[in-house]
Design a protein around this ligand. Sequence first.
Ligand code: NI
Length: 184
Amino acid sequence: MILPIYLYGQPVLREVAKDITSDYPKLKELIQNMYETMDNANGVGLAAPQIGLPIRLVVVDLDVLSEDLPEYKDFRKVFINAHILERSGDKEDMEEGCLSLPGINETVPRKNKIRIRYQDEDFTEHTVDIEGYLARVLQHEFDHLDGKMFIDHISPFRKQLIRKKLTNMIKGKVDCTYRVKSVK
Ligand code: NI
């Protein structure tokens, strides 16, 4: 089932999300719905707060990039109770967008290496080092779990330039191809 994506302005996007346990109700169905919602919106990642749930659950699909980045062929993964333990390496600039901020793309500086801890669908715990494009995507998605969005990382000047778009978004004045849920 395709779920509406919560837009900028929704308080749930500013909450610090909580860990869950394996008895979380209908978890398999929820993960399936998140994949469908992400695919329908042509996203490469979706965090549970973006569908209104303040829990630490993220789905990622990088297969769409595999023509240029073959290491991501069939890369489709769920991250449960995800946390970033460490950021290292160099800072790199890259343009980002977000399904909760349709029509906005800004250059965001991020470190290019991270160490993360998460649980997979069987609730087996993993601690892994990640770099490259996946490190970028996971920092963006895991930010959502800490109540942050990518526009928090841009300069006050750039933020001023998108202020009007943000105001319209809160009013539900957006143009996008997928179902959304705005504040008003
Ligand atoms: Ni996002």
